[in-house]
Design a binder for this molecule. Structure first.
Ligand code: GLN
Length: 542
């Protein structure tokens, strides 16, 4: 059967949670045995997300195949439990560099290259290519931005053309505000948004309405009427708190059945198997919403703490691990720069904390504050987890405070440091371009028996995703190990991958295990960290 398409657009404003709607639809169709995967179009002219600032754009998500993609891919993978490929991320930058390359090659000889038909046909062919290479029943296309943006206008025209040839269901995600004092839901913005969409020659099949407390029947009927749809095609998407509960909420309103019928699809699994996978997913959601479980407080010490999206996967991985350990996660965001004031009492800052995590990062700002937090964790026995930069700084702190290598540092922050315990990876000094040149993607490491890491992973060879330019300098291995730093995993090329303290729970990894965590399979190092934090919390109480 040829691939069918679901195209998800956004109206009125960004940040409505379109990515979660897309992930939920993919999840619901997958539960019915349909091979469905999301593809995201982003209109910016960057080739990929690798060169963007996480403070503006949220975290850069890395796939197994080294692609640096939008953070929505984190949501897709966490919902679906699969590893996605870079070809499912299409950007304006990728489209136009391909078009220019084709033009130079002479593919369009004799014609003036235009948005229609050249760019739009390229997009349609690209989507069909991805679908057939991956043998998809349904490709769910998330169109980044909102209808009306200059950046996605030509892409929407391509979607209209796709619908002329293929079976396409259009879904618009919109916002229905409530006026404070009266509490009445206002549909006029959505009516105007619908007019904008229809002007493009697109008739939505479903309208998903973001609301605060749930869509009223009156608002639903009005939107349905203006959209030429039945009331059943207008779906409520109110704030559910736990995003993993959204598929259940959408299924309760029949969205998956509606899409299946619209595209002429039939379930590929038995009703009892469907019921079972729905029940399993609901149970996972319940475990994550366990309000009565004992609270465990984790401090995330980083420089982007004002924008939590910069640490989206870290946050999610902590939630997955907390659900597994039957604890309720409390997050405390600590701006590392603020820890640099010498007069600050760290005992006070971390008084209510059961674990400290230093996430990945780039650049010098806030580094000394992170090192102080790590030192506090090591000397007081508060469990510590260091991710990438957090692992590198764990080595720096140990070199300075335990091995007395004064001002030891990473050459990223002090190029002339006498003790360069962290240094550029081989080959990085010659990398003249910045895009896609870090050590990226899935990499293997060998874990040593008898270590915390081995206990956590329960296996000798582990695979995690990476994104870094610097590494632990192996010429310091002996000095640091002689004072008690444990090198618990090395890459197949011999680089230190995971390090540990022998004195208390402290573990740092050069990898980003948060990028492979999902509610079904929490990342092992995060689970070990949350268990240690839970034990610390229990010990503190007695
Ligand atoms: N800035 C460090 C490096 O490039 C750490 C990177 C990270 O935390 N992802 O190696």
């Amino acid at each position: 059967m040829p691939t069918k398409y679901v195209v998800v657009l956004g109206s009125l404003l960004s940040g409505l949670g379109k990515g979660v709607v897309v992930a939920s639809i993919a999840k619901l169709l997958s539960m019915r045995g349909i091979r469905a995967l999301p593809l995201k179009f982003d209109g910016y002219l960057n080739y990929d997300c690798g060169t963007m600032n996480p403070f503006r754009h949220g975290e850069v998500f890395v796939l197994d195949d080294k692609s640096e993609v939008d953070m929505d891919f984190g949501t897709y993978e966490r919902f679906l439990g699969t590893s996605m490929k870079g070809e499912f991320s299409l950007t304006g930058g990728k489209i136009f560099s391909a078009i220019i390359e084709k033009e130079r090659r002479g593919d369009f000889l004799g014609s003036d290259v235009q948005f229609v038909p050249h760019v739009t046909s390229y997009i349609v062919d690209y989507l069909k290519g991805v679908s057939s290479r991956n043998e998809l029943d349904v490709l769910i296309i998330e169109v980044g931005g909102t209808v009306g943006d200059i950046e996605n206008h030509y892409f929407l025209e391509a979607m209209r053309q796709l619908a002329m040839k293929e079976d396409v269901a259009f879904i618009d995600v919109t916002y229905v505000p409530e006026l404070g004092s009266v509490g009445e839901q206002k549909t006029k913005p959505t009516q105007i948004a619908l007019r904008n969409i229809m002007q493009l020659g697109i008739q939505p099949d479903v309208i998903v309405c973001r609301t605060e407390h749930g869509l009223s029947d009156a608002a639903k009927a009005k939107i349905a009427m203006f959209a030429n749809l039945d009331n059943g095609a207008v779906i409520d998407d109110h704030d559910v708190g736990n995003i993993y509960a959204l598929p259940v909420h959408l299924a309760d309103q029949g969205l998956d059945k509606y899409i299946m019928a619209r595209l002429g699809l039939r379930d590929r699994i038995s009703p009892s198997a469907l019921k079972k996978s729905m029940a399993e997913w609901s149970a996972l959601c319940k475990a994550m919403e366990n309000e009565r479980a004992p609270g465990v407080c984790i401090a995330i010490v980083g420089k982007y703490t004002k924008l939590h999206d910069a640490y989206a996967s870290i946050k999610e991985a902590l939630y997955h691990a907390a659900a597994k350990s039957s604890v309720r996660l409390e997050l405390k965001w600590v701006d590392s720069e603020k820890l640099e004031g010498k007069s600050l009492d760290l005992g006070e800052v971390f008084s209510d904390v059961n674990g400290i995590l230093v996430p990945g990062g780039f650049g010098r700002r806030g580094i000394e504050g992170m090192i102080r937090a790590i030192s506090y964790a090591r000397t007081t026995g508060v469990p510590y987890l260091g991710i990438c930069l957090g692992m590198q700084l764990m080595a720096v702190e140990f070199a300075r405070d335990v091995c007395h290598l004064a001002k030891a540092n990473s050459t990223e922050f002090d190029a002339g440091t006498r003790y360069n315990v962290i240094d550029l990876l081989p080959g990085q000094a010659d990398a003249s371009i910045k895009g896609g040149t870090m050590r990226l993607g899935l990499q293997a490491a060998r874990v040593r028996r008898g270590t915390l890491a081995h206990k956590a992973y329960g296996t000798g060879i582990v695979h995690e995703r990476h994104r870094h330019r610097y590494e632990f300098n192996s010429s310091y291995e002996k000095t640091l190990a002689s004072k008690g730093l444990v090198i618990s995993a090395v890459t197949l090329g011999g680089l230190a991958e995971i390090i540990e303290w022998a004195s208390s729970f402290g573990i740092g990894t050069q990898a980003h295990p948060e990028l492979r965590s999902n509610p079904m399979r929490p990342a092992p190092l995060f689970s070990a960290f949350i268990s240690a934090a839970k034990a610390q919390m229990a010990a503190r109480k007695t």
